[in-house]
Design a protein around this ligand. Structure first.
Ligand SMILES: [Zn+2]
Length: 61
């Protein structure tokens, strides 16, 4: 049995094993799903962009 460390989602801060890791940054499944279906026109979009900016900055650093 593998013991996995519970990751914290960078978007919502939830601790869960259910999600994806992008460049060492963890995004939970629900946030990933939200982002996939979030339209640019959506009010939530700026929120995701704001949270993800850190991630992109990390990648481009
Ligand atoms: Zn999340």
């Amino acid at each position: 049995m593998e013991s996995q460390e519970t990751a914290h989602c960078i978007v919502c801060g939830e601790a869960t094993d259910d999600g994806i890791t992008v460049v060492n940054q963890f995004i939970c499944t629900s946030c990933e799903q939200e982002m996939v279906k979030t339209d640019v026109q959506d009010k939530k979009y700026p929120f995701f962009i704001h949270r993800l900016k850190r991630l992109w900055m990390h990648i481009n650093a």
